[in-house]
Ligand binder design. Sequence first.
Ligand code: V47
Ligand code: SF4
Length: 362
Amino acid sequence: MNIFETARQTISNNGRISIDEAMALFESEDLLALGQLAAGINEQKNGNRVYFNINRHINPTNICVNRCAFCAFSRTPGEPGAYTLTLDEICRRAKAAEAEGATEVHIVGGLHPQLAFDFYCEMLQAIRTSAPTLHIKAFTAVEIDYFSRISGQKVEQVLQQLINAGLGSMPGGGAEILVEDVRRKICPEKISGQRWLEIIRTAHKTGLKTNATMLYGHVETVQDRLQHMQMLRDLQDETGGFQAFIPLAFQPENSDLKLGTRGTSGLDDLKTLAISRIFLDNFDHIKAYWVMLGEKIAQVALAFGVNDLDGTVVDEKIGHDAGAQSPKAMSMEGLIRLIEKADKIPVERDTLYRPLREAVKV
Ligand code: V47
Ligand code: SF4
């Protein structure tokens, strides 16, 4: 039996793909067979529907005490390009997003050495007052850990105050590769992989849904990627709190990781997305984040097990500061066109994956 037959048999017997099997799938050169396997699993779960949302990214500050080697977004205080938005400006952007039909604001930023935890609670309250219909998806586990340290409060208390101020869910950033050897090389100052998992576990137990990301295409091996996925699969078994898995293709410009690379290949992107659909059998949604992948690979990914294209985004900074070639925003019509041309049914969703509009024709 070849690896695809073995994998099919395992799956039809309700078994789980092991790291060794996933590795063999990754090493296979039969890209189309891999795509077919992943697409079949996705179809069982999600049929022919592909989700997107209308959202807006706001990054309150790029000043960060961590300075991860892969990050071209962060600055030290006083460095050219360092900024911190005022609450008024943040609210103005949220209001504008709401007026343009957005249902979500996605808020992540640097670990600012001077801003107090109260600033972030006030920020959520102010957004809730000025744009009450928006779902606020904000703060990675890395920021939550930082808030706990600067406020001297337990993670549970920090999360509860943020929820009281308007937090609706959390994005999946900061996970990078959860394996410590890799973190030592790419983000030595960041919280450990175990701490990331612990904070997400606490968030899930508090009732918050989160996503999970994986930054790939730098110094990590395929084995590291699979171990990362294994840790996520185990936590999902325990809590069920993850909504989507989002592989983030590393953008190499302007970062301290001098890898002499132009980023990931299309082949690697598609294999990584397909393997995540096959391996993460307890995740409903696999997201192709068009900002890092480019629109064309994100579209082709819909035949490789993906069922979500993220959103309109509007003002993306993290990937574009690192040289992403994709547009900084996508219109709803653009997203719908990408999905329809891939012969799928576009479904506008809210942050919690409740369908809002289906098969909208442009
Ligand atoms: O944690 C930083 C990554 C993340 C680079 O949950 C980079 O819906 C590529 O997490 N090349 C933040 N990636 C973005 C993020 C995210 C994005 C969209 C949707 C969701 C969601 C989450 O961006 C960071 C880091 O892993 N990142 N620098 C870079 N040069
Ligand atoms: Fe700071 Fe996040 Fe950039 Fe790391 S990835 S330097 S924690 S903003």
